[in-house]
Design a protein around this ligand. Structure first.
Ligand code: 4NP
Length: 156
């Protein structure tokens, strides 16, 4: 059985499509594509159908990631389709637990920054949308660090 992982952020155009691409590459590099299904979605529907934010695509491309996901809103069926629903910050966690159709489903909601290993004291993947280049770089640094930790955890 594949492990199914859904990354979620607010708009599904910056952090979660980046996390999806980072995790897909880690899984591919480890020749584990058969073991995982990775997707991403947003709390909001404002950007449905859009490619990721151009700034995030450019920053990610410099690290070798091609972001081609089309934004979509998270839906209640995702809590049945996915084993893990991975939020980026406290607001995402709160919204996801509220959207979960059952107490059991809410237990599938986990926090990406909990898996950071090289950023002591960092408890969120901050939203870069209203920020500048450094905010996008930080988001990618955090996402790469935490996805590495998350993958190890999923494999134990
Ligand atoms: P994301 O960033 O949650 O990392 O995709 C955002 C993108 C868009 C908006 C907010 C956050 N927005 O308000 O449109």
């Amino acid at each position: 059985m594949k492990k199914r992982v859904l990354f979620v952020c607010l708009g599904n155009i910056c952090r979660s499509p980046a996390a999806q691409a980072v995790m897909e590459r880690l899984v591919d590099d480890g020749e584990m594509s058969e073991l995982f299904m990775i997707d991403s979605a947003g709390i909001g529907s404002w950007h449905t159908g859009q490619l990721p934010d151009r700034r995030m695509r450019e920053h990610a491309q410099r690290r070798g990631y091609e972001l081609t996901h089309r934004a979509r809103q998270v839906r209640s069926g995702d809590f049945e389709r996915f084993d893990y629903i991975v939020g980026m910050d406290e607001e995402n966690m709160h919204d996801l637990r509220r959207l979960a159709p059952s107490h059991d489903a809410a237990k599938r909601v986990i926090s990406l920054p909990d898996f950071l290993r090289h950023h002591p004291g960092q408890t969120t993947v901050p939203d870069p949308y209203y920020g500048g280049p450094r905010d996008f770089e930080l988001a990618l640094d955090l996402i790469e660090d935490a996805c590495d930790g998350l993958l190890d955890w999923l494999l134990t």
